[in-house]
Ligand binder design. Structure first.
Ligand code: 4NP
Length: 162
């Protein structure tokens, strides 16, 4: 069976989308679904290609049990639409960028990640890059919440057993 595939996208692919990648990969593994779901992340920008996640993002994730150490930044491109069933942007700016790359025939789900979440105050994951530690904790809070909704959506749509 081909895996269901999920791509998380932010601007630099060093803070928010690697966090989402690590958190969701962890939840997929905990659910025993590594054989069924593939996870990746990318940035719409090219400044950090090949770089490790930001040390602040990695430290915040580590303190909640998520390992981001193997991840390296890459740039999203039109080819990703051939590869991924879900392409989920952290904010509207990145969603707009992705829409400009989307082939007309794409029939997967291109959306904001937080549309799978239930946080009353946030529709986007705020960029933590120029802020302090609190911003990275907020990214984790929002991503953890939405990751549960995303996993439930995938189970429903692809009939994966709990
Ligand atoms: P990210 O954060 O999009 O969550 O990875 C950023 C990382 C780098 C920059 C902006 C946002 N930057 O301008 O270099």
């Amino acid at each position: 069976m081909e895996k269901v595939s999920v791509l998380f996208v932010c601007l630099g692919n060093i803070c928010r989308s690697p966090t989402a990648h690590g958190v969701f990969q962890h939840k997929v593994a905990a659910a025993g679904l590594d054989h069924a779901i593939r996870v990746d992340s990318a940035g719409t920008g090219a400044w950090h290609l090949g770089n490790e996640p930001d040390s602040r993002a990695a430290a915040a994730a580590q303190s909640r049990g998520y390992d981001l150490s193997g991840l390296r930044a890459r740039q999203a491109d039109a080819g990703d639409f051939d590869q991924f069933d879900y392409i989920l942007a952290m904010d509207r700016q990145n969603l707009r960028e992705l829409k400009s790359l989307r082939p007309a025939a794409y029939d997967g789900r291109l959306d904001l990640l937080l549309n799978f979440g239930s946080h009353p105050d946030f529709a986007e994951v705020p960029d933590p890059y120029y802020g302090g530690v609190k911003g990275f904790e907020l990214v984790l809070d929002l991503v953890e919440n939405a990751a549960d909704g995303l996993l439930a959506d995938i189970r429903r749509n692809f009939s994966l057993e709990p």
